[in-house]
Design a binder for this molecule. Sequence first.
Ligand SMILES: Nc1ncnc2c1ncn2[C@@H]1O[C@H](COP(=O)(O)OP(=O)(O)OP(=O)(O)O)[C@@H](O)[C@H]1O
Ligand SMILES: [Zn+2]
Length: 643
Amino acid sequence: MTRLGHTQALLGPELFKQVRETPVLVVGAGGIGCELLKNLVLVGFANIEIIDLDTIDLSNLNRQFLFRKPDISKSKALVAAATARHFNPSSGIHIHARHGNVKESSNDLEWIKGFGLVMNALDNMDARRHVNRLCQAAGVPLIESGTAGYLGQVSPMMRDQTECFDCVPKQAPKSFPVCTIRSTPSEPIHCIVWAKSYLFGKLFGEDDEAVDTEELDKAQAEGENAEEIENLKKEAAAFREVRQALGEENGPARVFSKVFNADINRLLAMEDMWKVPGRVKPKPLEVDAIMDGSFVPPPLRTASKETNGQANGKKEETANGNQAVLKDQRELSLKENLELFVDSCRRLSARAIAHPDIVLSFDKDDDDTLDFVLATANLRATAYGIPNRTRFQVKEMAGNIIPAIATTNAIIAGLIVMQSINLLQKKYGAIRLPHLKADPTKPLSKQERTNPDPKCPVCRDVYVLFKTDVTRCTLGEFAQGAVREWLASSLNEDDFEFTILEGGRILADPDFEDNYEKTLAELGIERGKMLTILDEDEKYRPIHFCICEPAVNATTSFTLPDKCPQIPLRPVAPAPPQGSPSPEPEIIEALPLSVTSTISTKRGRADDGDVSLGSDALKKRKVDVEANGTVDGEDDDDIIVLE
Ligand SMILES: Nc1ncnc2c1ncn2[C@@H]1O[C@H](COP(=O)(O)OP(=O)(O)OP(=O)(O)O)[C@@H](O)[C@H]1O
Ligand SMILES: [Zn+2]
């Protein structure tokens, strides 16, 4: 019996026909995507489109087995398709591979409606949200998936039948108050974040002197505390000075004495700061004493077995109780950290001097930047009595590395195919029940899925296919023809007052019709975007008109579906607490022509990891808010976000 003969016998002729004919979309040709594509081809799916924006990297080869060394730098989607085709050569399968971003404007509502099933094999929230919205708008079933180390999950999503990706709140990225990072660290991660997203930027990142000065002058003019501004200016000037001297022979020593000695002494002088219960005073570090082994580090703040055995400088022999451990897994002595600090400072400043136009940034795979973060984080940790970390641990923490495990990807890809079959059979009971999870303690577990959240801002809204020539159709024509004559009349609303938005922009409202004469193109509306209607009485759910290519041979400037869909009412919102102002969206009167949405084939943004964890980026938000010497407690809501 042929390979497909087995599948046919298993599935029965009707389901097998669906498998063969249903057009399916796979988004992402990475760890899960490669496994999935292979499975789909072997099961007999014969009409597959796969899209990925990335090219193959050496680090992909350990688990993305559709790729080989000679494929490095080639398009993931194209190579994956070319390899997978050979897995079932006799089956007459058609794989359409696309090297591109799923968010491209050509991937609009009409495009997604062309699929019977969509499968996400992505690694970031942004793209997942985008595909979820498209699928919800089109009513096309989506199978969402993700893995993080040994954990993984598969979640089928079907409009009106199950919750969607946005019905469920996602875990917020881990964040730290700025003052914890800047002045009162208590855990190794606080020191790593400080080294990576504060100190590294100050010494080697973009020189923000002009911005600093301008902002501080402005704040002073606006009446901010003059002493605080003065402190901030001094702090900025001090950093500038050590930064400029970095290339000199004693450059690293000057940085050391500023950040590990003078700054700590200044903090210690702020007595009120150390009266907070539980807060432990740091101890300034001294180069000479560290080098001759006489420096006595402060005791470790946690009652842990860890020793930070810097006192005798013999850490190198006792680290982890094992001399034979790999270099990266050995904890450095205080002296070694100091030497590594000096050495990495020299390497980085040599790079900065050789290429002044290239701004250095932390990269876990760049040894110079990793060494700098390792050494400075450990030196700071020592000053604060916090346990040190090994190079391996710092790389993992600073790089937000979650190991990708091929077996988890393979299990998840198999479960995606099982759920695809359930969806094709419209076994909604089956897709609602097994929200399948892979977990090392219980290889397969299921979690009952819930109904859509009535308040979900994605799957409870209404979406309308709006085919239009954006260079011809004006906003006024849209408001009259699509909203008043088509939508409002089907709602039996004679006096329908509404606001038109695109993204966060208000294009028109009952008192603002200045844009009515402009074409949609002039307003920056293009294929793939949505015009959203909100009624003034807030009676109905938002209605999104999804811009698609004009109909062939269209004589009018737009075409609408024959029938207006049913527009549900909004759920009744609980009364806002007394005195709380209602949020007003921003009105943009003079609209900039922002049609320049350039889509890169490489991501310019950080991944947010599989499931809801992990990322390659540590974002810094407003790190400089705290004046040097003005720490106002842990409840500071300025945060440094670890995504
Ligand atoms: N907006 C997008 N459009 C198309 N493909 C995307 C988009 N965002 C992410 N992807 C693709 O999704 C895939 C996710 O796969 P995976 O999680 O294995 O990541 P990876 O980049 O291959 O591996 P790693 O991040 O571990 O190096 C990647 O190939 C990535 O290029
Ligand atoms: Zn939803």
